[in-house]
Design a protein around this ligand. Sequence first.
Ligand code: FPP
Length: 245
Amino acid sequence: MAEYNHETGRLAPPRHIAIIMDGNGRWATKRGLPRTAGHKAGAETFRKIATYCKDIGVKYLTVYAFSTENWKRSETEVAAIMALLKKYLLEAVDTMERDHIRLHFFGDMTPIAPELRALARETDEITEHLSADDFQANVCLNYGGRDEILRAARRFAADCVAGVKKPEELEEAVFSGYLDSRGIPDPELIIRPSGEQRLSNFLLWQCAYAEFYYTDTLWPDFDEKEIDRAIAAYHARDRRFGGVK
Ligand code: FPP
């Protein structure tokens, strides 16, 4: 049972919430706007929801910003998403220390533009100086769950070849330590707005015991009340982890 928080008068929220920020394109099309306008609005929603999650005591918020499959979109759309990320990272460099917000990236950064990678390194450095207790936003960029697992498997295999690890030492906790999410607890709650009910290669390993929450609301329209509803639904779930109560 979730603990009651006497300061907020609410049940404690999940420690880690993950969101597939879906529906930006449809939101824009419905308004006769280019899809990129949907991403702009979606990025503002990310800012609003991250602030709210921090305020209500969520420790980790992980968002799916760009998947390994999203390169299939038009050059204009990919460029617009990357430009938005750059804008938010530039802003983060100036504000994360003041606001006590840690920022971390999941995904293969190799094909990301050098300028954006340098900014991500800068936010990583600032994060290192912040307290481990501070709120942390994880942004999935060029991320795919299968790709993350493959990259982790390759790193473990390389450690075996180097004689640092032995194949028989591989256990779930050891493997988790090779993932992009190493050191971060698995999300308890996964939210997907926009009416789609699929995982789309998001956090495949980490989702093993997550609770899922779907809503028809499109991501740019998503607000604090929606998060409250998702958390209330999560509190109403009977989590048994394969056991019997
Ligand atoms: C999915 O909606 C959304 C994306 C692929 C991009 C999400 C990116 C951002 C919100 C911008 C930058 C992020 C941060 C963290 C500042 P969709 O385009 O697939 O929507 P549709 O299904 O309606 O077409």
